[in-house]
Design a protein around this ligand. Sequence first.
Ligand code: Q9C
Ligand code: ZN
Length: 320
Amino acid sequence: MPMIKVVYNSSHLLHDPEFELYDGRKSRYPETPDRIETIKTWLEQYGNVEIVNADHGLNKITASLHGSNYEEYFQQISKKADSTGLIPSNFIHDTYAPINSDTYKAARGAIDTALTGATLVASGEKLVYSLCRPPGHHAGGNYMGGYCYFNNAAAAANYLSLSGKVAILDIDYHHGNGTQNIFYERADVLYVSIHADPKLNYPYTNGYENENGRDAGLGYNFNLVVAKNCGIRSYMASLEKALKRIRSFKADYLVVSLGFDGYKDDPIAGFGFEKEDYALIAAAISGLMLPSLIVQEGGYCVEVLGELAQAFLKGWHEYF
Ligand code: Q9C
Ligand code: ZN
């Protein structure tokens, strides 16, 4: 395994919601700080990685992605947050984006983590892994939801699009409705996602296979639906279709929205994947031979996340 730069930012620790709300009932919030800590610690011990701290001087780039009102508003309400963490507003899409007093700072750190990774890839690194938390792919141009506040992968892709064509491959269990929303009318950034059926799974409103893009972006959005617990064999068939579309697009850069919620024991999701399956998935993706940024999205079976990340990096073929 070559040495891989892993971008990290400790401000995610500040964002630790007390509970999740669904139908008026409280339950444990699965998107916890130890998710990222366990991946970082595991890779430091068992992976050939160099930990790089996120650069915080990159904030102008968010403004063009979400609009300056969005960031300003988020910063203001973070200051006023009460104990429920739920603030109804135009920007908040569902009850899965609780805001406490440090949420803005943590989310800002996550997007900086992605952007730092993107600057490294733009300057010649072949593979960088941004340990973003909170995750981002459910955050759209003007909404938060699904544990996501700023769209980290979209910010990275948008940055890389200044230097070439960018494909985003989203392999989180859930459809990245926010990423789709941000690039839906663009032809220079291709969004390809493999996810569980939105009729039965979050985000429900998007992720259908007939959503192909609009105007200039028509044909540059590609959704592939697979069944819950489908297993690696049938998943690989969809992954091959996804990779074929990316090859025909002739991308210069790849952004992988990497969720580990396909793991068989994930508490809220699951494609029935074994640990080693992440190495197979990575091997297939690395066959694209593109300079790539991996952006962490979901994955909630905390005790194995380090091993899943290690398997993924080990499976990524060296071509450099
Ligand atoms: N009680 C990501 O994986 N709803 N977000 C789950 C379970 C929200 C997942 C309901 C799922 C959001 C980044
Ligand atoms: Zn997910």
